[in-house]
Design a protein around this ligand. Structure first.
Ligand code: PXP
Length: 283
């Protein structure tokens, strides 16, 4: 692929964007069996130990992953900022006021969608968004609006009084998974222009959705790989993280997916050791 990653890719960890780790899909896995394991709150604590700067979660209307009790347990267990993603509904605004997370990201939500599909239409529901921003600011939360890299929405977000925007990287991420070089270049340019416009309007600019690490053409994660299988193209995460305008990245699904793959060998070693020890004790 011929698109470029700017020299900012060589920034030190100190200069890199803050990493918000979204733990929704640990809850998805827990809910698949209806029990308490794996606990997204434990995952959040472990993520912080691993270097997460912010813990992000989305309390959806249908509670398909994170649930109300997770939110209160996260608040009690963590000392890093919580980034509470929610739709603009009276129910969610009430819960946010009671929880008082440090950060809130307002997102659109449709019951049937698999994940957040588009950005918030700030321009189309300006009064409602503006009111929510003011209400959450009074509650002490730093508000971000999750929007597409669209100048109309970015300008509306600035007028609505949000101090931050998170630009939707889904279109770039899709182009990257499709290995569509021209679409990647187009989306990269659109994102960069949006970030720059946001900054020129005084907004703090974040990015997220669908970002991943490089995988080989047959789907292998890159950690620990050498030789022919190693991908040479920059990952979607690298493309976005390299933009100096990105103050925060919010990543969930691919990060949890990566953890499943790179953690599998350790998990098998742990289960095997348990079986061997049990058999030894029994004989
Ligand atoms: N940012 C926002 C506003 C989101 O709604 C989501 C998904 O919940 C993410 C980032 C993370 O997206 P992904 O899980 O695809 O990394």
């Amino acid at each position: 692929m011929s698109f470029s990653v700017s020299p900012a890719a060589q920034l030190t960890a100190h200069d890199a964007p803050l990493l918000g780790v979204n733990i929704d899909h640990v809850a998805t896995l827990r809910n698949a069996r209806g029990g308490a394991f794996p606990d997204p709150v434990v995952a959040a604590q472990w993520a912080v130990e691993g270097g997460a700067d912010i813990i992000t979660f989305h309390l959806r209307e249908d509670r398909r992953h994170i649930r109300d009790d997770d939110v209160s347990r996260l608040k009690a267990a963590l000392s890093v900022p919580l980034n509470f993603e929610a739709a603009i509904t009276d129910e969610m605004l009430d819960i946010i006021e009671r929880t008082a997370p440090e950060h809130v990201c307002l997102v659109p939500e449709r019951r049937q969608e698999v994940t957040t599909e588009g950005g918030l239409d700030v321009q189309g529901q300006f009064g409602r968004v503006q009111e929510a921003c003011a209400r959450l600011a009074r509650a002490g939360c730093r508000v971000s609006l999750f929007i597409g890299a669209d100048p109309v929405q970015i300008e509306a977000a600035a007028r609505a009084g949000a101090p931050c925007i998170e630009l939707h990287t889904g279109p770039l991420a899709h182009a990257w998974w499709d290995r569509d070089t021209s679409a990647i270049a187009r989306e990269q340019a659109r994102l960069l222009a949006g970030l720059r416009l946001g900054q020129s309007l005084g907004l703090r600019t974040h990015a997220g959705h669908g970002l991943a690490l490089a995988v080989s053409r047959d789907g292998w994660p890159q950690s620990g790989l050498t030789g022919a299988a190693v991908a040479t193209e920059p990952s979607s995460t690298a493309i976005v993280a390299a933009m100096p305008e990105v103050a925060e990245l919010h990543i969930g699904h691919a990060l949890v997916g990566h953890a499943v793959l790179v953690g599998l060998k350790q998990a098998i070693a742990d289960f095997r050791a348990e079986s061997i020890a049990a058999r030894r004790r029994a004989t």
